[in-house]
Design a protein around this ligand. Structure first.
Ligand code: ZN
Length: 326
């Protein structure tokens, strides 16, 4: 399929490179990924051309800003990398777009940076790499607390989708994986942590307060579509109650979108479509953690009507981000 749009595609600057290496299996593989993360011009665009990708929204590598312990440094690094990305987008002849990296350690600064990125740099929203650390290395800050409510109201009022991306765990979160490093990162742990964060946001009644807020999850929903029925079913039986106006599936169907990033599986795609509807599923690769050829060849040949392929490959993203790519 020609004209595809992708939106979980990562770049890095030397300042943010460190944390990503821990997620990669071998040093040989990391060397190649590092080279690709730093390149926003040659090979990235060549691979888009070779595999029918018209437009790619770029985001900073994980954990990126979220692992910076000093708030002032987090704010400055986010601003610097966002400005760098805007400069690269300007040089891309309309092939690249941007998601803002945000210093979530300071909700007010994060809201201000997102506003600047959308209003002044023309970014399409934000991609945040899961929870943030702040001051203490072994700290975990989720965004469902009251101190983040004004931030979310800003996101909603900007009409800017918020992509919740996985990240590496901190030491206190490693304990469940002790002795089993193979399930810690992208194989399972990333989805476990990111789905938990997404459900925390819903469970805090955030979407009753901000009904127009739109959140994107990668990897075909970080396991959530597969379990939607059971989540609703068991929550109804909880003795401690549930504070939201609607079942969790209502918010997943009205406030969430998923992409195919790094999850090129027919059965999982069918489950996401069945759970959320075609209009809430979008194609993505997860470059350079994944190979563009693997994602594009799978998607172009996956069993589905052509109208559905056009919707997932291009039209849904075009609508969500109000893109004019003619
Ligand atoms: Zn990714």
């Amino acid at each position: 399929m020609d004209g595809k749009i992708v939106l979980e595609e990562h770049y890095a600057v030397p300042d943010t490179m460190g944390g990503s290496a821990a997620t990669i299996n071998t040093s040989d593989e990391w060397g190649e990924i590092e080279r690709r993360l730093l390149d926003l011009r040659s090979q990235r665009i060549e691979e888009m051309d070779a595999h029918g990708i018209r437009y790619a929204i770029q985001s900073l590598n994980a954990p990126g800003i979220q692992e910076i312990l000093d708030v002032k440094e987090a704010i400055e690094t986010a601003r610097r990398t966002n400005d760098f990305l805007a400069g690269e987008i300007a040089q891309s002849a309309g092939r690249l777009g941007g998601f803002a990296a945000l210093p979530m350690q300071d909700p007010e600064a994060a809201a201000a940076e997102l506003t600047r990125c959308v209003a002044e740099l023309g970014f399409h929203g934000a991609l945040v790499n899961g929870f943030s650390q702040n001051v203490v290395e072994d700290s975990v800050i989720y965004y469902d607390g009251p101190e983040y409510r004004d931030f979310w109201k800003t996101v909603e009022s900007l009409g800017a989708p918020f992509y919740m991306h996985p990240r590496t765990a901190v030491p206190s979160r490693m304990q469940p994986y002790a002795g089993h490093p193979w399930i810690r990162s992208a194989a399972w742990g990333f989805a476990a942590e990111t789905s938990l964060h997404a459900l925390r946001l819903i469970g805090s009644a955030l979407f009753d307060e901000c009904p127009k807020l739109q959140v994107i999850l990668g990897h075909l929903g970080e396991h959530i579509p597969y379990d939607m029925w059971r989540i609703d079913h068991r929550i109804r039986k909880l003795p401690q109650g549930y504070p939201c106006e609607h079942p969790m599936s209502h918010y997943l169907k009205n406030n969430f979108h998923v992409t195919t990033s790094g999850n090129f599986c027919d059965a999982t795609l069918a489950c996401a479509i069945a759970g959320l509807g075609t209009e809430r599923v979008m194609f993505s690769v997860d470059y350079p953690m994944e190979h563009t050829a693997d994602g594009a060849n799978w998607f172009d040949n996956a069993p589905m009507p052509e109208s559905q392929r056009q919707a997932i490959g291009r039209e849904n993203a075009s609508k969500l981000f109000n893109l004019d790519l003619s």
